[in-house]
Design a protein around this ligand. Structure first.
Ligand code: GLN
Length: 488
């Protein structure tokens, strides 16, 4: 019996090398768990039918590995002897990341029959490393949302309380990892979609520095904000995946050689923007938990320093202008002609109208309208240009703060997971939930959410998360403080 509850990538790798179990046995155990739980939780939109074949391939690689020494887990994806620590590791992949020959649809009806014609760069890297793909996970349509309720295929449920949302938009990936239906997963984060569901589900989520991970093969939502990143059970596991997928890629012109700075482990200076964390309608339990986390960090030898980020409060407004603007342009390609879904009208314009009207869900249509509005000639300067200027000021604010602190800490979300349906008819309330996460995307910074404990709500223990943000290339610092804090 493989104990999935306590399993991590690191432990699984060691066990695979030693021959305690095979990649096929590991994959079978996950498939059994999925068979038991997915019906209720709806984390996967599809479980692949060749998982065991993929695992058998991984077993071949493992058998050819000469020594019983585990590969290094803290460095390159290709560990000692050329064996990656991801060989045979079962992963889940968000439905907006392309795997050649497999369906991918961003949980949208408009892409219901779309088959990817190439591998996303992250997938190519993971394939090279020998990872096993279990299936594609549910999400808010085109990654627009914070609850995974905006899926054309029904909502995903939070494994800690199935009457609540798992967060979003990578809610399927977070639920899969938190309920032992995958050892780790890929998500995408444009304004918090990795960190927020990680926080709601009690797992670790990393949004890398903008440009560190290629967006080639990620369905674009807002190109200047999107990043693919890992959702995992431990910080170390998240680091293993990040190290594997991080690459400067000529297929993505915004990908850069992000130099990951070495980190000191002890005595980091943790900046806390108090005025921000305490003024945003943050739940009492969340604030209490946050203060407790700061006390823990102090005990661990880190220094807590109050900082002021006077413009960070504008990040949410800037985000909800820039993001729809870019999304409205990116989604123009879905016209009912180029990709699967088509509804015929009297003429071409009617075709577009009908196909887009019926193919996109409400939230996507709302954002396209918002985006085209803020980009329209009469409003461009009033909205879009202002938001872009605000973005520069916010970025400069962070740069100033990082002259004196190593990381900035905030709660990941202002509340624990909310009830399904609670915010779906109130988009503004939903958007406000992104208050702490969007600024890292706006300023292109890396940020991690690590589990920080639980809030007791209506007789349930709901997970909470602590977010750390670092300067560009500061992933090693995030991993160091995240591990020290308890995210292993
Ligand atoms: N919740 C945010 C939104 O709805 C973030 C989404 C994301 O990061 N993909 O836009």
């Amino acid at each position: 019996m493989i104990d999935l509850k306590t399993l991590t990538i690191k432990k699984a790798h060691e066990a695979l090398i030693k021959g305690d179990f095979s990649a096929v046995e590991l994959a079978e155990t996950y498939l059994e768990e999925i068979a038991k739980k997915n019906k209720e939780l709806n984390a996967y939109l599809e479980v692949y039918d060749d998982v065991l074949e993929q695992a058998a391939e991984a077993d071949k690689k493992l058998q050819n590995f000469p020594t019983s020494k585990p590969a290094r887990t803290d460095q390159s994806p290709l560990g000692e002897g050329g064996l990656s620590n991801l060989v045979g590791i079962p992963l889940a992949v968000k439905d907006n990341i392309l795997i050649k020959g497999r369906r991918a649809g961003s949980a949208s009806k408009i892409l219901e029959n779309y088959i990817a014609s190439y591998d996303a760069t992250v997938i190519a890297k993971l394939k090279e490393a020998g990872a096993v793909f279990l299936g594609r996970t549910n999400m808010d349509e085109f990654a627009m949302g914070s609850s995974t309720e905006n899926s054309a295929y029904g909502a995903t449920k939070n494994p800690h309380d199935p009457s609540r949302v798992p967060g979003g938009s990578s809610g399927g990936s977070a639920t899969a990892v938190a309920s032992d239906m995958a050892l780790a997963a890929l998500g995408s984060d444009t304004g918090g979609s990795i960190r927020q569901p990680a926080s709601f589900c009690g797992v670790v989520g990393l949004k890398p520095t903008y440009g560190a991970v290629s967006r080639y093969g990620l369905m674009a939502m807002a190109s200047s904000l999107d990043q693919i990143g890992p959702i995992a059970k431990t910080v170390e596991d998240a680091a293993i995946i990040f190290n594997c997928v991080k690459v400067r890629d000529s297929m993505d012109s915004t990908s850069t050689e992000v130099k990951i700075q070495k980190s000191k482990v002890k005595s980091l200076v943790v900046g806390v923007p108090r005025a921000f964390t305490e003024s945003q309608g943050v739940d009492k339990e969340v604030l209490a938990n946050f203060n407790q986390s700061l006390a823990t960090l102090k005990k661990l030898g880190h220094q807590i320093q109050d900082i002021s980020l006077p413009t960070v409060g504008y990040a949410l407004a800037a985000y909800y202008i820039i993001m729809p603007a870019e999304a409205s342009a990116n989604l123009a390609r879905f016209d009912g002609v180029k990709y699967g879904f088509h509804k015929a009208g009297e003429n071409l314009l009617e075709d577009y109208r009908l196909s887009r009207g019926a193919g996109f869900g409400r939230e996507v249509r709302r954002r396209i309208i918002l985006g085209t509005h803020v980009l329209s000639s009469g409003y461009y300067d009033a909205y879009y240009n202002k938001a872009v200027n605000a973005r520069e000021v916010i970025t400069a604010d962070f740069a100033r703060v990082f002259e004196t602190v190593d990381v900035v800490a905030t709660p990941t979300t202002p509340t624990p997971a909310f009830k399904l349906g609670d915010k779906s008819s109130d988009p503004l309330a939903m958007y406000l939930g992104d208050i702490f996460t969007v600024s890292a995307n706006i300023a292109s910074l890396p940020a991690i959410s690590v589990p920080s404990g639980f809030a007791a709500v209506a007789g349930r223990q709901l997970p909470l998360g602590l977010q750390f943000m670092a300067p560009a290339g500061g992933e090693a610092t995030l991993f160091a403080i995240g591990r020290a804090f308890g995210g292993q």
